[in-house]
Design a protein around this ligand. Sequence first.
Ligand code: ADP
Ligand code: MG
Length: 273
Amino acid sequence: DFVSVPKVSQKTQALNNSNESELVVHVEKLVKQYGDTIVLNELDLKVNKSEVVVLLGPSGSGKSTLLRCINLLDQSDAGSVHIAGQWMGLQHDGRHMNPSEIALQRSRVGVGMVFQQFNLFAHLTVLENVAGPLRWVYGMEKKQSYARAMELLQRVDLADKADALPRHLSGGQQQRVAIARALAPSPSLLLLDEPTSALDPELVHEVLSVIRKLSIDDKLTMIISTHQLKFAREIADRVIFLSGGKIIESGPAEEILTTPKHPLTQRFLNIMT
Ligand code: ADP
Ligand code: MG
């Protein structure tokens, strides 16, 4: 039985009324565990409008889990996430939201996600991959959805591939389609989870330059997990380092990447460079 999405919480209203309205992401004391493993341990994170935050941390440190909890792909065990002042609530009347409530919540709040493995619909054309969700999730008319999808495909320089199937595209092109799809509903926040990790080295550049363009031209608010330190340095307003379920170091990219203070960050960067 479908229950309406929770009303904006009191905390959200307080936030909206304060001078913190430029806050796009507000994660408070987020807890996520799998069995006995605590992956996120009362993690706090704030991201301002137009800020690009790069998430670093060893494999298994919880980068994907954090991004998935922000986007409601994973259910957190405690704590809260607000996006653009709206509560990304999982529980309502003491129970979890159902998938359609979650999809509605995600679309209302405006958060898009790009995955390591692209996750395109294999049997649908490039155009339909971008246009389809605009109809299924956002109720857009067919004609309008195609116009919007073409607009986005032009932005990622793939308009000429509109009628192709994903398997006929390179990995870099597929990831650019995934970015176009995530951007089509004009999200206020874009999450990118290791967007270039699945790519051959020679294809990394084309994806990174699209992401760079989104930051510079569109001032899009983004959280990006990546192991590309050079890219992190170029694009990040802030780098955060995740370990033991918490953010153990956070600051300007230049500072964190050249003079990290925490021993674990130092060790990680030594291995990476
Ligand atoms: P990262 O993205 O930084 O590599 P993840 O968020 O994928 O880290 O994983 C963090 C920890 O949570 C790891 O120990 C991983 O094994 C565990 N984990 C992630 N997803 C699941 C799951 N669905 N079931 C059980 N454990 C999981
Ligand atoms: Mg991961």
